[in-house]
Write a protein that binds this ligand. Sequence first.
Ligand SMILES: Cc1ncc(COP(=O)(O)OP(=O)(O)O)c(N)n1
Ligand code: 3NM
Ligand code: MG
Length: 345
Amino acid sequence: MDISLWRTLDAAANRASEGLRVIEDFVRYGQNDVFLTTELKSLRHQLDSTLQRFDRLQAITSRDTFGDVGTTVQGKLEHARSGWSDLLTANFKRLQQALRSLEEHAKLIDGEVAANFERARYLAYSLEKMVMTTVAASGVFPEVSIYVLTDGWADGQLFDTFVAQLVEAEVEVIQLRDKNLDDRTLLVRAELLRKRTAGTTTKMILNDRADLAKVSGADGVHVGQEELTVSQARSVLGIGKLVGVSTHSIDQARQAVRDGADYIGIGPTFPSGTKTFDAFPGVDLLREVAGEITLPGFAIGGIDLGNVAKVSAAGIRRVAVSGCVSKADDPGMVVRQLREKCQNM
Ligand SMILES: Cc1ncc(COP(=O)(O)OP(=O)(O)O)c(N)n1
Ligand SMILES: Cc1nc(C(=O)O)sc1CCOP(=O)(O)O
Ligand SMILES: [Mg+2]
């Protein structure tokens, strides 16, 4: 094999490994994200075992770093990164370009090896989506966040009064979840919620209905395991909107990260007066998710002022509640107390 081909493969292999290592360090030490670190590590192992098909010594022997014309042709921007997004993007691009170069040059030697590099490149594309979405979403929902689900109440006036109290208490998210109202009435409630939350820090989410979320200008939609997928919901809503997913097991939580969800609901935690369940993954699931996933996760199901300490003790300080706030004489006060209890953990 031509020495220049060895030299090219050596340089591309080094670039791919280095880019991957920068990203891995970022999610491992910067984010403490066990799941993403594991996914990146498995790509690194796949890459290493493919590279072992080449004679490493031959590649190193052909190396000529000082004779590389590229080392002096460097853009000014190579030495500056404007933030985490720039840093990650630059290193994902480095990884993907190097994998493409490995793939194209390997085609001259071994088609099977080239196909392995192609698979690694596709994995790198989906890892980019997972990492970028997770890091961005962590900035959208504060580490302590209160998320309230509400139905449409008996009339628009009662609904509006309730929502106004929540916004006043600076609740992070309000989800409109009503399984009984007809579409037009639901849309009128959604419009009231939009008016109350516009220009505030409270995000507005619609349950189940990506179509009505789009029409009402909501900030996002929440979908369950048997409903629209994350990408289907996103294609209805358009970019820049939030898509949350319900998860009831660690595998579903991992899949939500792979699918590029902006947050997850994790539950049911405790028996709920709002919805009936046959099984409760409970605080064990909260602990499991908290131990490996940094995509924002909201514990849900029967949470109230009496048991929220168990939720924070499990490592989750974002909570989604319905009954304990909607039945309260002073909903704003309950929101503030929930927040205080989560903050004090
Ligand atoms: C924040 C949050 N988490 C979970 C759910 C439940 O969604 P789903 O499983 O689709 O059930 P329904 O709410 O549609 O009955 C949620 N709505 N919000
Ligand atoms: C709608 C819903 N989904 C859940 C899940 O675990 O997916 S628990 C739940 C009910 C949340 O209301 P409350 O705080 O009154 O129990
Ligand atoms: Mg649903």
